[in-house]
Structures are given as C-alpha cells and as structure tokens.
Write a protein of this length. Structure first.
Length: 302
C-alpha cells in the first residue's frame, strides 16, 4: 500500500508533507513553543511554510524538514521557522472593555496605593505583544491618564517569541486600515501621517495607502524584547503592576497554561492585575490569582 501523504488543494509539490515530516514539525512546535499541533493543523503548517520553502529554493516541506533539523542549520533556521509558524493576529483596542476597566478602575486604584511613595511609576507588561498594537494602545491609555495626574508615570515592556513581528512593532508603522479602531482624538495625538507607499507595516507590504507612525514620544515609552513562554527563566527582573497576556493561552494545553501564568505571576506584584482574553479561561488552574471580572484577575497577597 503506498505511503500516505497530506496535501492541500490544488496539489503543489512544495505543499506536500509526509506523516513523518508532520510528526517531526508538530513535536518540535510543541516542545519549543508549547503550541498544540494536532493533525487538523496540517494545512496550516503547509501554508505557513510555503514562502520559506520557496525562499530557500527547496522542492518540498519534507526537504525543508531535512534542512531545519540538520545539525549545521538548525540553530539559524529555527528563528525563521518560529517567525513563519506563529500566529500574530491583533488589533488596536482589541477587547475594549479591558482598556476601559484599566482606565476607570485599575489605574485610580494603583495611584491610590502609590500615594506618598517616592516612585509613582506604573510598570505594565504586554506579554504577547505581536506587531505592537496592544502595547501602543496601553501607552495611549496610560498617557491620557498620567497627563491629568502629575507625578504619576509609566513604562511598558512588550515581548513576543517572533523576531519578525517585534521588528514591525519597533517601527510602529501601520496602515489606515490597521489604525481604524483608534479614536480620532488619539490619532491626532499619537499618530503621524507618512508618505503614501512608504514605510508600510509588516502586515501591509505592497499596500499603497498612506502609512501612519506612532509618535516618537509614545514609542519611547515601550521597550520590545524577544521572549519564549516555554523558557524556564523569562530573564525579566522587574516587577509589574499590570500584565496583559491575551490570545495566546488558547494555543497551549492546560498544564502549559498553568505553568506560563505562574511564571508571569512571579513578576506581578501582590495586588497586581492580570488580563487574559475573553476567549481564555483560567478556571481549575492552580494560580495565585483572584478573579475580579471576566478575564481580569488580581494577584493574592495585597
């Protein structure tokens, strides 16, 4: 009986992937990134790797697997593979209830707690920042708040596993379509219009609509760094009052979710706030957190 191959339609030699190669890739993705990769994801892997296969001048994904796992190339190619395989869908002001709660409830409470303290800075961590829309949204919200509260300051750490989206985030350049969710008054304050067809974001290469860039003052508020949630040590030494970790836990199994959140909580102050996505549940996990409302938690010990 001939060996089965997984294929996408229409059949293209570069899209063919054998069960052995899929097993290798799925095991690698789960081990290195913690992402579940069942057989239903075959088409996803094929489509994500097609451009990389062609860029390398290879004939198939099976051949790419040989290249990826070869001792001479594995280290260098690993970064390209992670960039290709990870999902980076995000938007400005995504799940806006979180930002409303942050502005109306969390920041006033944190300001109250810091009253009289020498250091009135709020540290916020966007732990799965993708192409930067979330940390820049946070920067806008915090800038608005601190403008009316003298002495109150903030900084934002933004991390992601993908070096490709981090570069896009650092540039802070977005298309008109991408900035559509940003309120008009925020656009006037925090976005600069560029020349048509120049400096397009990573999502919109080839789109000749006018580009807009986050203002330098706002970009300076955000520090971008690579971080893999599966690493034992996140190498983050600062403590944070607020952590956003949204729309990434859905890719992990329950033990990995628990491990990731517990590691994040090491850098969350007692009484600090953690936000996850509305589509994610922490129910049943052993965590040092108290639920406040849907997808918002506070660390015990305040």
């Amino acid at each position: 009986m001939p060996k089965k191959e997984y294929t996408s339609e229409p059949v293209d030699p570069a899209l063919r992937i054998s069960p052995h190669s899929f097993g290798q890739l799925a095991e690698f993705i789960t081990r290195e990134l913690g992402i579940k990769m069942p057989e239903s994801k075959v088409s996803l892997i094929q489509s994500r790797l097609l451009r990389r296969v062609r860029d390398l001048g290879l004939d198939s994904i099976d051949q790419y697997c040989d290249f990826l796992f070869s001792p001479a190339e594995a280290g260098a190619e690993r970064i390209h593979f992670i960039n290709a395989i990870t999902t980076n869908k995000t938007d400005f002001f995504r799940e806006p209830q979180h930002f409303q709660f942050l502005s109306e409830k969390v920041l006033p409470e944190l300001e109250r707690l810091k009253r009289g303290a020498l250091d009135k800075r709020i540290s916020v961590w966007s732990a799965a920042c993708s192409s930067g829309e979330e940390p820049y949204t946070l920067a806008m919200i915090l800038s608005e708040y601190t403008a009316g509260h003298p002495g109150f300051d903030f900084r934002i750490l933004a991390t992601d596993v993908s070096t490709k989206v981090l570069q896009t985030a650092k540039e802070g350049i977005y298309s008109a379509r991408q900035i559509a969710p940003v309120p008009a008054d925020f656009r006037r304050k925090y976005l600069l219009r560029g020349k048509a067809g120049h400096g397009q974001s990573g999502h919109d290469r080839g789109n000749h609509s006018p580009a807009l860039r986050i203002t330098p003052a706002l970009r300076r508020r955000v520090s971008f760094h690579q971080l893999n949630f599966i690493d034992a040590d996140y190498r983050v030494r600062e403590m944070f009052e607020v952590i956003f970790c949204r729309n990434v836990l859905i890719y992990f199994d329950r033990p990995t979710q628990e491990a990731v959140i517990n590691k994040l909580c090491r850098n969350l102050i007692p009484g600090g706030y953690l936000f996850v996505s509305h589509s994610e549940s922490l129910s049943g996990l052993n965590l040092p957190l108290i639920p406040l409302r849907s997808s918002c938690f506070r660390k015990k010990g305040a």
